[in-house]
Design a protein around this ligand. Structure first.
Ligand SMILES: Nc1ncnc2c1ncn2[C@@H]1O[C@H](COP(=O)(O)OP(=O)(O)OP(=O)(O)O)[C@@H](O)[C@H]1O
Ligand SMILES: [Mg+2]
Length: 272
């Protein structure tokens, strides 16, 4: 999909370095000179070893973290403060335990001033879209892990963000549920292609979902060390696409580069 006229890429991170002050001693540089562009409508997966800085990069795109060096631009404008165009699906479940599924989704609109009756009606529609209509009145502890992820997805998408930031959203789910969630995500995304930055450990998931796969090296001072275009046609079924010869060729190519970094990452962080 072409970029919105004259507005530039949805996300452009240029030579972004992120250092954390650890009190007293030298700063810790998590990410160094990372450059990454996500075009409007493009689905980009970011894969890298544990602790390399994937969540940190998403935090920069969300405006939650200011780079120590380099710049972040959103649709051509320098990012200052929170990114108003971004919807963020966090690595951990972020549902309110004391609110029902429909209330949790409605909150996505209430925080931007939509009246609660309207927010609730639209939340019900969204729960239908993610296949949870019968579960509207349940509290998070009464939902399965996959169902909670669906509520989280609806909570973010109801605000219709132009940019979707997803941090290992299906991480804790079993393989079959991940596949179902991946297909649901692709179905919702294809309706009005948003720019997506999708962080995952899972290279197969990255290739199956995205238009481009970006690889990061093991930290500290992690860098972006590879960027592949995924040549698989859409619409895709995640189960079927993994049987495609082009999928295997790409997987082999990327894994050849990623493998050493993953091993380094485990050695340096103790595996998470
Ligand atoms: N606020 C902080 N202060 C100090 N160090 C931090 C802070 N946030 C992250 N880090 C460090 O920065 C590095 C990158 O962290 P980040 O959470 O981005 O990794 P990640 O790639 O998302 O890892 P995972 O795959 O395990 O989620 C890690 O070494 C982490 O310990
Ligand atoms: Mg992370």
């Amino acid at each position: 999909m072409p970029a919105r006229e004259g507005r530039g890429a949805a996300v452009a991170l240029r030579d972004v370095t992120i250092s954390f002050r650890l009190g007293g001693t030298a700063d810790f540089t998590a990410v160094e000179a990372a450059s990454l562009t996500v075009e409007d409508g493009e689905f980009v997966a970011i894969v890298g070893p544990t602790g390399c800085g994937k969540s940190t990069l998403l935090n920069v795109a969300a405006g939650l973290l200011t780079p120590s060096a380099g710049s972040a631009e959103i649709f051509g404008a320098p990012l200052a403060g929170l990114n108003p165009d971004a919807g963020y699906l966090f690595q951990a479940d972020a549902l309110f335990p004391w609110k029902t599924a429909v209330e949790n989704v409605a909150i996505g609109l209430e925080v931007v001033g939509v009246a609660s009756a309207e927010a609730r009606a639209r939340a019900k529609e969204w729960l239908g879209r993610v296949g949870l209509a019968p579960f509207a009145g349940r509290y998070p502890h009464m939902l399965s892990g996959g169902q909670r992820k669906r509520v989280g997805l609806a909570q973010v998408l109801i605000r219709d963000p132009k940019i979707l930031l997803m941090d290992e959203p299906f991480g804790p789910l079993d393989a079959q549920t991940r596949q179902i969630m991946g297909n649901l995500l692709l179905e919702l995304w294809s309706a009005d292609r948003k720019a997506v930055m999708f962080v995952t450990h899972d290279l197969e998931e990255a290739i199956a979902l995205s238009d481009r796969v970006v690889i990061m090296s093991a930290g500290p001072a992690a860098r972006i060390i590879g960027d592949w275009r995924v040549p698989l046609p859409r619409p895709r079924d995640i189960g079927e696409v993994k049987l495609d010869e082009a999928f295997h060729v790409l997987h082999r190519d990327i894994w050849a580069k990623l493998k050493d970094e993953v091993l380094k990452g485990y050695a340096r962080t103790g595996g998470g």
